[in-house]
Design a protein around this ligand. Sequence first.
Ligand SMILES: *Cc1c(COP(=O)(O)O)cnc(C)c1O
Length: 341
Amino acid sequence: MINLYSDTQSRPTDGMRAAIASADVGDEQKGTDPTVNRLLKMVSTKLGKEAAIFMPSGTMCNAIAVASHCNRGEGVIAESTSHLIRYEAGGMSALSGTIPEFITGSSGQFYAGDVEAHFHPGSRYTPKTTLLCVEQTCNLAGGAVWGLEQIRDVGATAKKLGMNTHMDGARLLNAEVSAGIPAAEFSDQYDSVWIDFTKGLGAPMGAVLCGSEAFVNRAWQWKHRLGGAMRQAGMMAAGCIYALDHNVERLAVDHVNANLLNDGLKTIPAVKVRQDKVASNIVYFDIPGVKTSGVEMLNRLYARGLQIGIVGDGFRAVTYLNITRIDIENAVAILADTLKE
Ligand SMILES: *Cc1c(COP(=O)(O)O)cnc(C)c1O
């Protein structure tokens, strides 16, 4: 089975499993797990922030960041296709009582002028816009990578307006590798930023949220409140440390494979790719005439040994560390054969 459903399907390698098995552990909730503490130091240094906190998932990072930055009844600016808005069960409203202000951008991105246009200082009638969120890379835009100047400009503009700024960096390290720009430069105008270890980095669990000491202290209280404080979490942190040491530079291979897939799809007449070139590891495509509302197409591909996904009104395939060049060649052949029928 070639599983291109998502990079969340990545499996820990033997080396990572060995690191997990031999991890030194303590009590994460008490701040005394040495492996968690080592991971936090590594990530906060890498992302240029004062402090960090270990989370079970990226979704919890976003939920807790919003809760830590905002009061109830306040507004949060985010792009309308962002994960925060589309795929987090309404957590920003359900948990923090915030109201989203959508920006309809292009490829998940927008400009400083959009932030100014959607910002409200707050009044007796209008909710105060407290938080700006961006996503790097943009999941629903095929892993598009924000340019450095644009993402800094958007963040700096929000800060000038008095807002807090948050970056969903689930795949920030894909952006780092794709653009050849250190992650900390992309996030330097953002008060909080997190990276996910369960996507292309291949760990079984974990995300790390970074920010100032004061922000992380607020985040700790929310994490505890939501039941996210852990115990011998060093075993999971060991997988994340292993990923930082071994699986970052190799993300470039996933980007090459995504483009190989994209180029292969271009040779199938029934397929229309969404992007000429893929910036990181997510390939979106359409098959005009094939319904995305049912799973018939997915079932036919599955029967031949290929898993892909449907997101919105398109098909999605994602590369990651367990996917080889040969898998990609086979995936293209399976799609071509299936569509010939
Ligand atoms: C996957 C993802 C998340 C959520 O992360 P989980 O670890 O799956 O909870 C948030 N934002 C983006 C952009 C993602 O791709």
